[in-house]
Each structure stands twice: as structure tokens, then as C-alpha cells.
Design a protein around this ligand. Structure first.
Ligand SMILES: [Zn+2]
Length: 312
């Protein structure tokens, strides 16, 4: 759980929000989403719709309240990052249409990493739009087996989702190009073996901006960083990820979950002109580096705790 969600939970407890409110959380009744609650991770706001908005240049937010989905529009069709759960796909389609774009123009489908809150809806999006699916090598088996090959959740039947065939296998540094837009796939492993951080340059108001969409630097409940038989190199992979993430320059800081980059507070601070977004709301180079540094401290602390636990 992220810190602001914990804070929100505390506020809810303090205000004694009626139990009925918890029952209204759509994650409670959706099997794919509820699985994550059984694993002690997330769930709140993942299936709660959010108004789509223009971020900067040809980049738009079309996700839910705490699942990051991004639409990149080009003259040759569009790129979609993160279809999320099967139950999110209809919301994403509605968000794309609300912005005035065509869902059927989705030509390329990408993901942050192979966890069902970001990729379970892939098969549905591909069937509905004909989009081609490009996935980082380390996550290909997991998406093609519908989670059965996953190092952490593969042995848990509740975590299975629709299998999706990958059209293009990506490697670190590969480019995904469409209609003049180029995205770079950075391998940032640990959270999953093929966890991917996407970067692109967008032009807005005559200026270029570096966009970074963080895959995930987080350690899920139950992850074993030492003596992990199904992912032996996990700790070293996280360290590679922190080195890589620190080396990226982010003018615009985004991620797989909006609470990585504080989407709602940033939107509240923005001063959009009528009918337009305020791209400056997401300019946060320092916030990006601070987030990565804080997550690295969290990683080292968790690793040390697990190592100490083994020595006892
Ligand atoms: Zn994840």
C-alpha cells in the first residue's frame, strides 16, 4: 500500500465512514482485483473511474483513480500503455472516446509490468482493436500463460487471467515507434523480471520535455529478496533498477500507479486555461529523484530485515 492510501485509510477510520462504503469498493466483488487484496496489496481505487485528461503534448491519462493508463496519439494511430484489469477495459475505452479519440485506432499495446492490475485486460483490448502487443522479454512467459509462469503468484489459482499472445519481444533500450513518436523501453527488473520503465520526448508549446513512466520500484507483500528459488537474482535486479532509474532525466514524472507521482495533488495545483490542461502541473524532476531515492531506502531496509531474519 502506498503512503497516501494508508493516510486515506486512517482518515476513513477516524471519520468512521460507514461500513457500507467499503462494500461499495468495486474491487471487493471483482475476482481479478480482489485477488490483490488477498495478497495484502492495493485494491482501493483501482476500479474507480477517473476523468481522462491531457497531460502534455500527445500524451493523455485514460486510467482509473489509482491505475495509470496512458494514451499516446499519433497521425498513424495510437499507443496504449496498461490495459489494467479486464474490468477496466470498458472504462479505458470510454475515456479515450471522451477525449475525442477512437478506441479502434489503438495500434500498439504496452505494459508497465506483468501484474494483472496492469496487463490482465490485454487479450480483450487486442481482440477489440487489433492492437499489437509488445512486452519485455522477462515478462513474456507470464503474460502468455495468464500468470501461471509468474515467480510469485503463478501457484495461486486466484491470480490467473486471460492469456495474451505477444507480437513483439522487447529488450532493454528497444524503441517502439509509431507516427513520429518514439518510446524507449528501459528494463527495470525486480518487481517483475521484465518490469519496464517507458521514456519519450514530447513537444508542447515549442519545447521538448522528457517523460518517464516508472514501471515499479516497489516490493510487494510476500516478496522474498533472499534465497528466492523462483527468482534467484531478484535483489541484484532491484539494485540495477535503482541505478537505471536514477540515471533517467524526468521533466514529467508518471508511473504505473498515480500515487507514485501524486497525480491528484498535482492536478489540484495546476491552473489550466479553459478547455486546456496545464502541462506544468506535472513538471517534477526533483520529485522524481526524491521518489526513487526514498524507494531505494525502502528496498535496502527490507533487504536488511530479510537477511537479519535469516541469520536468527
Ligand atoms: Zn505490480
Amino acid at each position: 500500500m502506498q503512503r497516501w492510501l494508508q493516510a486515506a485509510a486512517l482518515v476513513s477510520a477516524f471519520l468512521a465512514i460507514p461500513a457500507a462504503r467499503a462494500a461499495e469498493n468495486p474491487c471487493n466483488t471483482d475476482p481479478e482485483c480482489h485477488f490483490w487484496q488477498t495478497q495484502g496489496s492495493g485494491g482501493a481505487y483501482w476500479l474507480v473511474p477517473y476523468r481522462p485528461f491531457h497531460i502534455i503534448g500527445n500524451l493523455y491519462f485514460v486510467g482509473s483513480r489509482n491505475l495509470g493508463t496512458y494514451l499516446i496519439t499519433t497521425p498513424r494511430g495510437n499507443i496504449l500503455i496498461n490495459p489494467n484489469f479486464d474490468a477496466n477495459v470498458a472504462m479505458i475505452k470510454a475515456s479515450i472516446e471522451k477525449l475525442g479519440f477512437k478506441y479502434a485506432d489503438t495500434k500498439i499495446l504496452l505494459i508497465s509490468h506483468a501484474h494483472s492490475d496492469h496487463n490482465a485486460g490485454a487479450a480483450k483490448v487486442m481482440a477489440q482493436t487489433g492492437a499489437k502487443y509488445a512486452v519485455m522479454e522477462g515478462d513474456v512467459r507470464t503474460v502468455e500463460t495468464g500468470c501461471a509462469a509468474d515467480f510469485q503468484y503463478g501457484d495461486k489459482p486466484g491470480g490467473l487471467y486471460a492469456k495474451a499472445k505477444v507480437d513483439r519481444v522487447l529488450h532493454d533500450g528497444d524503441k517502439v515507434e509509431l507516427g513520429g513518436t518514439v518510446l524507449t523501453a528501459h528494463l527495470t527488473p525486480g518487481h517483475t523480471p521484465g518490469c519496464t520503465t517507458w521514456t519519450m520526448t514530447v513537444r508542447d508549446g515549442g519545447k521538448d520535455y522528457n517523460v518517464v513512466i516508472v514501471g515499479s520500484p516497489n516490493i510487494n507483500p510476500g516478496y522474498r529478496l533472499v534465497n528466492n528459488k523462483t527468482y534467484p537474482g531478484i535483489a541484484e535486479d532491484y539494485r540495477k533498477t535503482f541505478r537505471k532509474l536514477k540515471s533517467l532525466k524526468a521533466d514529467i514524472f508518471l508511473g504505473a500507479h498515480p500515487d507514485y507521482f501524486g497525480m491528484e495533488p498535482k492536478l489540484a495545483k495546476g491552473k489550466p486555461a479553459k478547455g486546456k490542461s496545464d502541462p506544468s502541473a506535472f513538471l517534477d524532476a526533483a520529485g522524481y529523484q526524491a521518489y526513487i531515492a526514498e524507494r531505494q531506502v525502502n528496498f535496502e531496509k527490507t533487504l536488511a530485515q530479510q537477511q537479519a531474519g535469516l541469520r536468527k
